[in-house]
Design a protein around this ligand. Structure first.
Ligand code: G3H
Ligand code: 13P
Ligand code: ZN
Length: 317
């Protein structure tokens, strides 16, 4: 099964009220764990690479790992650059077989964001690659996504139509209260997403796929176990799963998850090492991480995204 762009996936997800998981990948075990989970649940998926992961592993390594995983499992998948920060990076990804790109101009003034996004769309359309744009700013700090809490900005519904019409994007990431990383919503804050903004956008842009970034749920049991292993993840708080389920039934067709994969990976490795002090073969703990990733992705598909049994698997002999 070749990698596909996201248009068909989103169309079906929109009509059938589920969302596609977009999982960040940085190595072979992550790619394999995700692919196996999607094969077992017959779920379409988006493998995404951040600029940080691209620097870590290299675009060719990651693109080829994903292509091999998709060939081996027969799953329905897209390969996407997450938070693409320049036209040049998007172009390089497209040249390396990516079927979808995000150009993140959300920190730019509105018309500069339009100009940059439009340039990427014009190039990508010629290559049959879909483009995600972003309006509004999420809080949170990561390698390439940096926005302190006080600078976060909900998406203004009055801007979305002009943005989509002028750029020609295929999907739009919006800010309604999610954030990147482990400390969403700030200390002592009750998790809250602005569903009123999402509803307004849904009315202004009917049939148009919306993307939610910063959508890890940060499982508290996992956090507590990590704390016991001495990993400093105190006060971590994520987006409650029921809020994501609600969004997935609305116009949200893509839900981005990275931090939950990181937590599951770290816990699996810590646990394996604590329980097997005599073992030093990396295949032991990397294998444990791969299984944990597979379990996590399956749980997301079944309990949150609703994307199970949404394609006919290609049989691989
Ligand atoms: O939203 C961004 C992702 O979580 C990627 O994070 O830049 O640390 O790879 P990263
Ligand atoms: P989390 O940090 O909530 O996993 O968000 C990931 C993300 O938005 C990747 O683009
Ligand atoms: Zn993001």
């Amino acid at each position: 099964m070749p990698l596909i762009n996201t248009k068909f996936m989103f169309k079906k997800a929109y009509v059938e009220h589920y969302a596609i998981g977009a999982f960040n990948v940085c190595n072979m075990e992550t790619v394999q764990g995700i692919a196996l989970a999607c094969k077992e649940t017959q779920s379409p998926v988006i493998f995404q690479v951040s600029p940080g992961a691209q620097k870590y592993a290299g675009i060719k390594y990651l693109a080829n790992l994903v292509k091999i995983a998709v060939d081996e499992t027969g799953i329905e998948a897209a390969l996407h650059i997450d938070h693409g920060n320049s036209f040049e990076l998007c172009k390089m990804c497209i040249e390396n077989g990516f079927t979808s790109v995000m150009i993140d101009g959300s920190s730019l003034p509105f018309y500069e964001n339009i100009e940059l996004t439009k340039k990427v769309v014009e190039y990508a359309k010629r290559k049959n690659v879909s483009v995600e744009g972003e309006l509004g700013r999420l809080q949170g700090i990561e390698d390439h996504v940096e926005c302190p809490y006080e600078h976060s900005l909900f998406t203004d519904p009055d801007q979305v139509k002009e943005f989509v019409q002028k750029t020609g994007v295929d999907s739009l990431a919006i800010a309604i209260g999610t954030s990147h990383g482990l400390n969403k919503f700030g200390p002592n804050t009750v998790p809250d997403l602005k569903f009123d903004i999402l509803e307004k956008i849904e009315k202004i842009l009917p049939d148009f796929p919306i993307v939610l970034h910063g959508a890890s749920s940060v499982n508290q049991e996992t956090v507590n176990k990590l704390l016991k292993f001495g990993v400093k993840v105190g006060n971590a708080k994520g987006v409650p799963e029921e809020m994501l389920c609600r969004a997935a039934k609305m116009s949200v067709c893509k839900i981005n998850i990275d931090s939950d994969l990181r937590l599951a990976t770290t816990l699996a490795i810590k646990k394996f090492m604590a329980e097997n002090p005599e073992k030093f073969d990396p295949r032991g703990y990397f294998g444990a991480a791969r299984s944990a990733i597979c379990d996590l992705v399956k749980a997301k598909i079944l309990n949150v995204l609703g994307s199970f049994k949404k394609f006919e698997p290609i049989s691989i002999d």
